[in-house]
Write a protein that binds this ligand. Sequence first.
Ligand SMILES: C[S@@+](CC[C@H](N)C(=O)[O-])C[C@H]1O[C@@H](n2cnc3c(N)ncnc32)[C@H](O)[C@@H]1O
Ligand code: SF4
Length: 472
Amino acid sequence: MKIRLASAGHLSQLPPLGLYVHLPWCLRKCPYCDFNSHALREDARASRGGSHAPSGRVHVLRNAVHALHPVPSARRGEATDTAEATDTAEATDTAEAPDAAEAAPSAGADPGLDVGATSLPAALEQRYLAALQADLEAALPRVWGRSVQTVFIGGGTPSLFSPAAIEQLLAMVRARLRVAPNAEITLEANPGTFEADRFRGFAAAGVNRLSIGVQSFDDAALRAIGRVHDAAQARAAVALAAQVFDTFNIDLMYALPGQTLEMLERDLDTALSLSPPHLSCYQFTLEPNTYFARFPPPLPDDDLAAAMQDLVEARTAAAGLRQYEVSAYARDGHRCRHNLNYWEFGDYLGIGAGAHGKISSHECIVRQARLRHPERYMEAAVSPAGAVEEERVLSAADLPFEFMLNALRLVDGVPADLFEARTGMSTARIARMLDAGVRRGLLDEDPTRLRATALGRRFLNDLQQLFLEETR
Ligand SMILES: C[S@@+](CC[C@H](N)C(=O)[O-])C[C@H]1O[C@@H](n2cnc3c(N)ncnc32)[C@H](O)[C@@H]1O
Ligand code: SF4
């Protein structure tokens, strides 16, 4: 058979466009976290001191953190409910893990970090907003004339920004981009970084969806993973979000250090008793270059982790939340539109430290990555050099894998013709890989959809690899 090789990236119609904004600071770096997030107090101090000559503890923390945002592992797929993620192709920093004394889990006791402070210093906030504005302005030619369907403000801990700063950010975005009137505007919030007025302020600023990083409702489990909040704060945050926002998400993790099936059952009971319209439930993973990679805590074995995943699926289904992606469950009408656009291989502009973007034109598809360190990012964004550290045109060899990495995470998959619409390549280009997937029982036989079978979802990496191996 002759295969027509349509030129990759020559699209007749451009995909929907989302905007991702990365706000990189947290109260403290969690010992399992590979996101591009930075302990606030250290950066605030470095920013005030104006010195770039790191020493002692500041140096350790500076080198300890980065991983590219979006989340690099397929586990979290394109998104934690957070946004972005399936960009496995992205490099991660070879950052060293923090010293035990710097980021000890459950330390609660790190004397250098002021976990009582729940706001960014105003001067840092304004510097970062100015950098975001310059970053967006430099990116505008790539998205001229297109309207933005969704905005996702992720982190880091965006709820450390004041409502006034979030309002300023959204006004700045609206003045430069056409944001659709019904756009979904999500903000990630951590329990322990807000009070009622703050949540109302975010809503008044235009945020219409809150994603709350609960992780667990068990105090011992939260301490074991070094979180700064407790279960009572998590419950209070969710109750408030339910009052203030049209819709919200709870982020949970399972297979936590020392967790039993009964503990997870209690976590799910509590989460579901709060009637979340959306739940993201990620398997806890040891990521390279984190504190836990160096000092791994005892984790549930694979069988127990699989039983936990089954429990999550059963409990959410019984509560009327439908699984629509590997880690995402939602009531009708409450799926995360921003993340769906990633999984459907839509476009997104990413601004902020370490943010990634994927932008199509009629000629090609480009991936971009911004500088990751907040200080370097802020400097570069307002300079003629700009904040983009890496820009790459996707090739015909990249596209099948990149498309499938996203699309096959969706429980219902995608219409088969979406492949051609989003990549500009003929489906015939991947016919042999599709056959191999069907023969191995990993892909659905229905020719009108590209969809993983239940077995394919369980062995998703194997299925996705089919599209990698045969194209390179
Ligand atoms: C980068 S965090 C941003 C949200 C917020 N900063 C927080 O941590 O609550 C997004 C989500 O990714 C998930 N996550 C982060 N690291 C993880 C890991 N090592 N394993 C599994 N899930 C992880 C958590 O559920 C978290 O809520
Ligand atoms: S709060 Fe979230 S983003 Fe920040 S360090 Fe912890 S897991 Fe990472």
